[in-house]
Design a binder for this molecule. Structure first.
Ligand code: SF4
Length: 698
């Protein structure tokens, strides 16, 4: 039976970008249960992760003391981790000793080799204030811009295309605008698994008459209720989308007034799509020409039509091109700037939007002000009182390569787990193991922390207060409900100690003081006060002046570009970096399961979620399983040119034969040992959604 709580604390869910509001019910510093709250994104609803995924905070493997690597414990990338046996690799230390070593060695590397020999990864699981302070620490304490986080692995290509095309990397309309759309294209996304509460609004909209057009090589649950599901061949997004635009131009379905008044570059786009007739593209993308024509007409002719997309679009070497096509579709038809229209890249992690806004990216200060823009640099030098480097820093995958090249020698990683989340994870682990000095701040001994020199025990979501920005640009207040265990500390405190150990002099009194400094450097949230957040719990940006209501729908009369106009950028077909061949004949697609989150460090330690999905699985088409002679539930080994994993085969016909889907949350069968680290040249995002593999029984 549940204990009667002695307090109830309103907060938000720690997992996905939907940003459901919830209430923690607490007894004796333990969360007893969670209830959904009437927030703008969820209206009381929660999915299984939000409702049952809280007890990881009380897991016996929580880190409760700072750890220092034992002198006789080698860093071996291939060494199996045993979180039950932490003390064979590390010894416990006081905060004073751990911080002196953690910051002191980073400072020595900086002084000997310069700031670009250091890099920092922050986290989209942390608050806006943590993200802001972390990037400020790297830029001022390390003296470089080598700071990044997992946005590089999810929507960096979408953001690159959006900034280039319409001047803003965030969504134009909230998810729930789909209820006002006549037509909605959902492409490369599986919302019932990855954005479950948002998916309920999509289902409601479909039931009320919104025609859903699902474009996806996999048959998702939403595809089953869609007006049309176009199951195009993996890796052929540009062929399909250019063919749709070809139809819209050819049949005169463009919005000429919108194009003339609010855009530039249409003639080049028009000339480019002329070569992409549906008849020519049909054999490439696997969708017949009549169907391509039908959905193109439907989208262009709708009174209001919206596009939502996920990582099936972004995680390709042509991810930026994919997003450019989606932007062009909306612009040429004038389907943006009104309720029920627009562009919505569905954000993955709970605060990936906010962490990016706060400057946790190597080429931009907070609010996407470029580090190589002299005016922006001067503004931040004045605010932070230090000279800054104007060279854009290295991205996530580039950092791993720079370690191998001997250019990056020390790292500070807060709440990220690149040993599991980076592509070609064997290579990433070798890089992490090769660092002269690695400091990891986390709540568990993750696969990354296992390779650290110093591990700093941090706070779980419910153990701190901060703001988090959801996929709809909604800045929401998460409140502390419980205290961290043992000697674990709140992340804001740890970042400040590290900053001071690097020679800075930071004296932030509390989280509100950090938020106030953010407001002064970020015009988009300049009007949001801490008091208002405490009162209202959630405010949408842009909110430039105090009292502004916030703007859920943007670009109503202009775009935030230098000219006020949006820009068409043509795209041509670029194949995946690694195609199937005789040795590796199948295509690997990686992604998430409903029950598990990211690299599994939290959800695999949440009792209910782990019980629902306890073992590593691969979803394999029944015909492929039959060819292999493997029964459903049997063990298979999947190998790529970079590594191999063994896991259970689950028969699943939602992907076409020849494509296998593997969730990336299982450390014992880490999917990213297989993936390719080829990058999109613009967003620098790796190609998680396509590489060549082979499967053998056993
Ligand atoms: Fe949490 Fe996302 Fe589920 Fe909402 S939909 S409860 S934010 S995981």
């Amino acid at each position: 039976a549940l204990a009667v709580p002695d307090k109830s604390v309103d907060s938000v869910c720690p997992y996905c970008g939907v940003g459901c509001q919830l209430t923690y019910h607490v007894k004796d510093n333990r969360i007893e249960y969670v209830e959904g709250r009437d927030g703008p994104a969820n209206s009381g609803r929660l999915c299984v992760k939000g409702r049952y995924g809280f007890d990881y905070a009380h897991h016996p493997q929580r880190l409760t003391r700072p750890l220092i690597r034992r002198a006789d414990a080698p860093k071996r990338a291939d060494m199996a981790m045993n979180p039950e046996d932490v003390l064979s690799v590390f010894r416990e230390a006081s905060w004073e000793e751990a911080l002196a070593l953690a910051a002191g060695k980073l400072k020595t590397i900086r002084d000997q080799h310069g700031g670009r020999a250091l890099a920092g990864f922050g986290s989209a699981k942390g608050s806006n204030e943590e993200a802001y302070l972390f990037q400020k620490l790297v830029r001022t304490g390390f003296a470089s811009n080598n700071v990044d986080h997992c946005t590089r692995l999810c929507h960096a290509s979408s953001v690159a295309a959006l900034l280039e095309g319409i001047g803003s990397g965030a969504v134009s309309n909230p998810v729930r605008d789909i209820e006002q759309a006549d037509v909605a294209i959902i492409i490369g996304a599986n919302p019932t698994v990855n954005h479950p509460v948002a998916a309920t609004w999509m289902k409601n909209a479909a039931a009320a008459g919104t025609r859903l057009i699902v474009l996806d090589p996999r048959r998702s649950e939403l595809a089953a209720i869609a007006h049309r599901h176009l199951q195009f061949k993996p890796d052929t997004d540009v062929a399909l989308l250019n063919a749709m635009m070809h139809v819209i131009v050819e049949e005169g379905l463009v919005d000429e007034g919108f194009i003339a008044d609010r855009t530039s570059g249409f003639e080049a786009l028009k000339a480019n799509v002329a070569a992409y007739s549906p008849e020519k593209m049909a054999p490439i993308c696997g969708i017949d020409a009549d169907t391509i024509r039908y959905v193109a007409r439907l989208y262009a002719s709708a009174k209001s039509a919206m596009i939502l997309w996920g990582m099936g679009v972004s995680q390709h070497v042509h991810g930026t091109d994919n997003a450019r096509c989606l932007i062009a579709l909306a612009l040429m038809t004038g389907q943006i700037g009104r309720p029920g229209t627009g562009l919505h890249p569905l954000r993955g992690q709970n605060n990936v939007q906010g962490a990016s806004d706060a400057g946790l990216i190597p080429m931009m200060y907070p609010d996407y002000q470029r580090v190589d823009n002299p005016e922006a640099k001067a503004r931040f030098e004045s605010l932070w009182g230090m000279a800054l480097d104007d060279r854009p820093g290295l991205t996530v995958v580039e950092v791993m390569k720079a370690i191998k090249a001997g250019e990056v020698k020390g790292m500070y990683i807060m709440g990220e787990n690149p040993a599991m989340s980076d592509p070609d994870a064997n290579h990433a682990r070798e890089s992490l193991a090769a660092l002269e000095h690695l400091v990891v701040q986390d709540i568990f001994l993750t696969e990354t922390a296992y390779l650290a020199d110093v591990v700093l025990p941090a706070s779980a979501f419910a153990e701190k207060t901060g703001t988090f920005t959801n996929t709809d640009r909604l800045v929401q207040l998460g409140r502390q409900a419980i205290d961290p265990p043992g000697d674990a500390r709140q992340d804001l405190w740890i970042i400040q100690q590290m900053a001071n150990g690097l020679g800075l002099d930071w004296r932030y009194g509390d989280v509100a003081e950090v938020f106030d400094e953010m407001r002064r450097s970020m015009p988009s949230i300049g009007g949001i006060t801490w008091e208002r957040l405490q009162r209202e719990d959630a405010v949408t940006y842009p909110c430039m002046q105090e009292g502004d209501p916030g703007a859920p729908v943007v670009f109503t009369d202009s775009f935030p570009t230098a000219t006020g106009r949006a820009r068409f950028v043509p795209a041509d077909i670029i194949p995946a970096a690694e195609r199937p061949d005789a040795d590796y004949p199948l295509v690997l697609i990686t992604g998430r399961q409903l029950e598990h989150w990211h690299t599994g460090s939290m959800t695999r330690r949440a009792g209910v979620l782990d019980a629902l999905e306890p073992d590593p699985v691969a979803l394999v088409h029944p015909l492929d399983l039959a060819d292999l002679g493997v029964a459903p539930g049997g063990v298979i080994t999947i190998a790529s040119r970079r590594g191999e994993v063994s896991l259970y085969a689950r028969a699943d016909d939602s992907s076409p034969p020849g494509a296998v889907f593997v969730p990336f949350c299982y450390y014992e069968a880490a999917a990213n040992r297989l993936t390719n680290d080829a990058l999109d040249p613009f967003g620098k995002i790796p190609e998680f959604k396509y590489c060549a593999v082979r499967i053998t029984p056993g």
